[in-house]
Design a binder for this molecule. Structure first.
Ligand code: ATP
Ligand code: FE2
Length: 334
């Protein structure tokens, strides 16, 4: 009895598995990396279509399984890029029909949360969900994950990727910015922010990153070393996220902070969250990196939880929803 999870919201197609006890197994994934420009939805969808069969069979082979071992099929129903979501949904419907296995359309953002809870063993955390397309501070209240604060313009990861792209660094830019910042700090341990100040992204409980992006690009144009700007950029935007997360902890009275989303791979962000939580006698958690970035296993995990609570998706309501919100999904499994 295995639940298959299919992730296809944006740049990555990924298949993952959980077993009958809900134990997760690592995903088989492929990510489109355009040589120039951003992610084009149609090209990403073509990429997903072209590599789907190989990825699925690689996953089954590496776990010594065959297609008939799949007893339920979960897929990302939204939010995300329409053409990409449609590829994942089409594969899920096809497998579900062929195998006569239940179909479960899940919320991608909630899947980031649930794999984190499962991996870190935390119960009722405030979530700092930082990815390419999303930046949200979330807490569970009355059966839904409520968004207490979020970006008013672009996601923090998209901002990092756009800054990187302008320097000729291909997608994903976040990890390269992290390395450049760390190298610069190692070589300049006494550095300060003079001449490297950027706008602060906090807007009440919300955040905004496009002004920071413009100002960081201008610093490089004006001759500041790239490593120094990467360092300043990380310090400014991560501090802003951690400040909002801290206020969410204070307002809700919760004592656990859980990181999720691709930007949660970043060591500097993880350290800042640890420091903040230690100071307020709370606990900071971050899942393994393979479960921070988009992955099929988290979709399988949420599908397994929802199926266990009796929820399945009929074919007639299996259409994708590009704009599905975190707080639209009732938490029926907790
Ligand atoms: P969502 O649909 O949840 O918004 P996503 O499509 O953005 O997800 P993820 O895999 O969750 O996909 O996140 C990808 C983002 O994470 C990219 O913007 C990438 O630059 C960023 N990222 C990955 N690793 C790091 C890192 N070490 N430091 C900073 N950013 C990182
Ligand atoms: Fe994601």
């Amino acid at each position: 009895m295995w639940t298959l999870g299919i992730e296809s919201t944006a740049h990555t197609l990924s298949f993952g598995l959980v077993d009958s006890e809900g134990i997760p197994f690592p995903s088989s994934s492929a990510t489109i990396r355009p040589e120039k420009g951003g992610i084009h939805p149609r090209e990403a969808a073509d990429h997903h279509k072209d590599c789907a069969a190989k990825l699925l069979f690689d996953l089954l082979d590496s776990n010594s399984l065959s297609v008939s071992d799949i007893s339920a099929v979960a897929y990302s129903q939204g939010p995300g890029l329409g053409p990409c979501l449609r590829i994942g949904a089409a594969i899920a419907r096809g497998l579900s029909a062929k195998l006569d296995a239940p179909l479960i359309g899940v919320n991608h953002c909630v899947a980031h949360i649930e794999i984190g809870r499962q991996q870190c063993g935390c119960d009722d955390p405030v979530l700092l969900y930082v990815s390419g397309g999303n930046t949200q501070v979330i807490a569970r209240l009355e059966g839904k994950y409520r968004v207490l604060g979020e970006t008013l313009d672009i996601g923090i990861g998209n901002m990092l990727d756009k800054f990187a792209r302008a320097q000729g660094i291909p997608f994903p830019g976040g990890p390269v910015i992290e390395k450049l910042a760390a190298t610069w700090l190692k070589e300049n341990p006494d550095c300060d922010m003079e001449g490297l100040e950027l706008p602060y992204a906090v807007r009440g409980m919300d955040l905004a990153f496009s002004g920071v992006l413009t100002a960081a690009l201008r610093l490089v144009e004006n001759g500041k070393p790239l490593g120094a700007v990467c360092w300043s950029l990380q310090e400014h935007v991560f501090s802003a996220c951690v400040e909002v997360a801290e206020r969410a902890l204070a307002h809700t009275g919760k004592t656990e902070l859980l990181l999720g989303g691709g930007v949660a791979c970043n060591n500097r962000l993880r350290t800042m969250c640890d420091l903040m939580c230690t100071e307020r006698e709370s606990f900071s958690y971050a899942p393994p990196r393979m479960y921070c970035i988009d992955n099929g296993t988290m979709i399988a995990m949420l599908g397994w939880l929802e199926l266990g609570s009796g929820r399945i998706t009929e074919f007639t309501s299996s259409a994708i929803d590009q704009y599905l919100r975190t707080d639209q999904t009732p938490i029926i499994w907790a």
